[in-house]
Design a protein around this ligand. Sequence first.
Ligand code: PGA
Length: 252
Amino acid sequence: MRRPLVAGNWKMHGTRQSVEHLLSGLSKLEFSDQVDLMIAPPALFMQQCREALVGSPIRLGGQSCAYQAEPGALTGEISPAQLRDAGCEYVLVGHSERRSLFGETDEIVCRKFAAALACGLRPVLCVGETREQRDAGQTADVVGRQLQVVLDAFGVGGLAQGVVAYEPVWAIGTGLTASPDQAQEVHAMIRARFAMLDDEQAQCVQIVYGGSVKADNAESLFAMPDIDGGLVGGASLNAEEFGAIARAAGRA
Ligand code: PGA
């Protein structure tokens, strides 16, 4: 059986003070032991989060990483090895904001995935279509292409060592959530694509949904058979909301 994962992507939010407040809220919550939990704070706050979450089931993740594991002259980058050293267990790769605003191609995303795996991190591979692509009926092609590069390099078994996050770009930060049926349709399509290559491994891959997940829509999304939790942006900045979303995953 796949365990659900609820992951919070804090993006470029927070100050030491607001992070302290959020962490104090998170450390008061009770979580089901049936749910995997992760937060991806800005790297500057990783140590602060690590110290505050000692004994908590919430794991740490980076929001991105360099495309190489080895140290080197990459000003401004953080290597997956450094994330691991800082206590991270996960790292997001290929978030749509990285793809659209920072020019990350499928090839770069695949290198990041590889570097993360090599360092013992679980890469969370983000995929998803824009509004225009959905309207043009290209969702399966776009998502398929984003997955294929990593599939070619690592197979389904490699993807099962990470996590897939289906995040329709039109639903990110817009308040427009994909309906449970819309999301399930794509999740099932992704799993079917994996199953054609390796059915056993396909059933093991955690596929989470992201895009305006909130406490009040989480339960209906997580009830879908191929939705294994959520990657939560805005709502993860509120401890109560994050806790409610995690509880919804525990009930699914
Ligand atoms: P959102 O962001 O929940 O604020 O829509 C999700 C994400 O970008 O991972």
